[in-house]
Every structure is written in structure tokens, then in C-alpha cells.
Design a protein around this ligand. Sequence first.
Ligand SMILES: *Cc1c(COP(=O)(O)O)cnc(C)c1O
Length: 360
Amino acid sequence: MAPKPRAGLLDIKPYRGGVSDAPGFAAPTKLSSNENCFGCSPVAIAALHEMDGSIDRYPDGGVQQLRDALAQKHNLPAGQIVCGCGSDEILQLLGKAYLREGDEVVHAQNGFLSYKLIALQNGAVPVPAPEDNMCIDAASFLSVITTRTRIVFLANPNNPTGFLMPGAEVRKLHAGLPDDVLLVIDGAYAEYVRGDDYEGGFALVDKHDNVMATRTFSKSYGLAGLRVGWAYCPDQIAAVLNRVRSPFNVNAVAQKVALAALQDEAFLAKSVDHVAHWAPWLVEKVSKAGLKAWPSAGNFVLIGLQTPEQADAAEQFLAARGLILRGMRGFGLPGCLRMTIGTEDENRTVMAAFSAFMGQ
Ligand SMILES: *Cc1c(COP(=O)(O)O)cnc(C)c1O
């Protein structure tokens, strides 16, 4: 008999990233994975080129320099920072460390797909908290908590809806959870948030043992291919993560380039300002074209077509013009497309194509 994996593993639908090619286009416009339309910092690229070939040595398994730099930038104790091969690895490690068969993992109805996969990978049950028109509040999350709940994943801002939960609601959610339920505040898009009503979790971590925050270099820093993310967590959770992660989970190139990227505050500011300008512009244009778009606190906009078939047709119409958006069938939103905010030219081109599609 062939080797058998744990029950249920083969029922998981493997995660599929955003499409990156459009037939007939050598360099299509890829707006399907929320990458940074400006690429990454030239300082990061310079650091990459300066790599002196020393890849024959193991990296620093403790990722000390990068953790120290993150600690300094965010005014946090470095000992409570854990780095990962993307923030996704950290989420995966939480599943591996904290979930047992039959446990429940709570996530927003239209939350980030990884949360569901992490539950299933560990024999746990994903439990969606209902949204209302792509919005969600603390009460909704709290209404689905049971004695079996182990982890609550909150992406804030959320992907793919773009919804931002106000600070007071995040604190209310945390306050309503039993002490043994872990709240994970996934801040993959934290840098894009405007205004000061943002609860990214750092302050909660300082006061409680059952909450943590994750961040990534993949989105606003434009380093998705490098795979670096990190978590700020209570000491006990850092101790667990440092035991379940692989000893060299952040490679030498990634450590060096991420450290350089962190120094380039101008690049980050430019990226964030660009999104602050174009996200509302896109929402307005989409509405004018007779479609629905939800306000977004991230570097992407969720666009609602009238039917799933119309969404498929729009996706194909755009792809035939070299414009790749993300179809949302895999996210359980078959009538929607998600568009990453592009350069000015890209945004204008996509909106012109949308108008042409609606007018045809
Ligand atoms: C992109 C994304 C991540 C994963 O990012 P990494 O590249 O693994 O750091 C995590 N959470 C959300 C909500 C995301 O959109």
C-alpha cells in the first residue's frame, strides 16, 4: 500500500497565486497579486548587487541584524520579533504549533485564503464570521467563538475586501476573546493605512499573552519574490515559533536585501502616497462605469460585476488587452475581480478598458 498522508489533506484545494501571463503579451500588466507597482527600492536592488557571493555560508539563523533594525524602527523589543519566509510562513507555523484535530479557526467570511488552508492542513475546522456588504465588526467574530476556537485570524486591512476595522473594534474583539484563544492581526497592508485610528496589534501584544501581529516585506516594500515577513509576539509565542521554524528559514540574500529596503523610507512613502491617491480614484471610476467597488485601505480594489459570468467575461476582456486582474472565484466571490493599484498609466488603461467592456 502507498504511503498515506493525514486524513483530509488531499481534500484541500491547493492555493493558486495570481496569474502572471496573458497570451500574446510579452510584458502584460500584472495587477493580480497586490505587488508594488513601483517595484522595490533601488537601495534594495543595490544591496542585492552588492552581495559578494558569500552564499556558501549559512545565514544567521537568528536573523539578528534585521530583527534589530525592525525593533529600532518600530520601537519594539527585538527578542519578541520572529522573521519568516514571508509572513505566510509565520501563519503556517502557528497552525503547526497551536492547532489540533477538531479545533476551530475563525476568520472573516471573505478573509485571506491562507487562514482556511492552515486550518485544514492541521485537521482543524475553518469557521467564517459573517460579513455585511464586505464589512465586519467585533460582534460578528465573537458570535462564532466556541470552546473549540483556538485561533482568530484578522487581516486588517482585509484582503480581498479592502475593509479596515477601526481600532476600537479590534480592541473590542480582543477583549471579548477567552484568554486561551490567539488573536492574529495580519498587517500585510498596515503601511497603507491612513489616519491614526489603526490598531495593528503592537500595543495589545505589550499587554496580553494571546495576541500577535504579523507584517511583510512583500506588499508595500515590493519584495514579494524575496519572501520575508515577521511577527511581533508575546515572549511565550516567540519561544514557540523559534522551536517550530526551520533553523535557517530566512535566507542570506533575503536578510540583506530586506535590511536595505528598510532604510529607504522615501520609497515607502512614495508607494504609500501613490496608493492613497489612486485607490479612491479607482473606486470612483468603477462606480461611474456602473459597477460596484468597495472602499479599500490596501493597495487593491475589489470590483463587483453584476453576475459571475460577467466577471469572467470582464477578466477575459481585460486579459485580451494584456491586463491581468484577479478573478475571485477561488475566494468565494465569483462576481468580483480584484485589481492591484498600478501606475497612473496602468490605472487609466484598465479603467478605459472597463468602460469599453461595459459599453460593448
Ligand atoms: C499577501 C498577504 C500575506 C502574505 O504575504 P507574504 O508574502 O507571505 O509575507 C498575508 N496576509 C495577507 C492578508 C496578504 O494579503
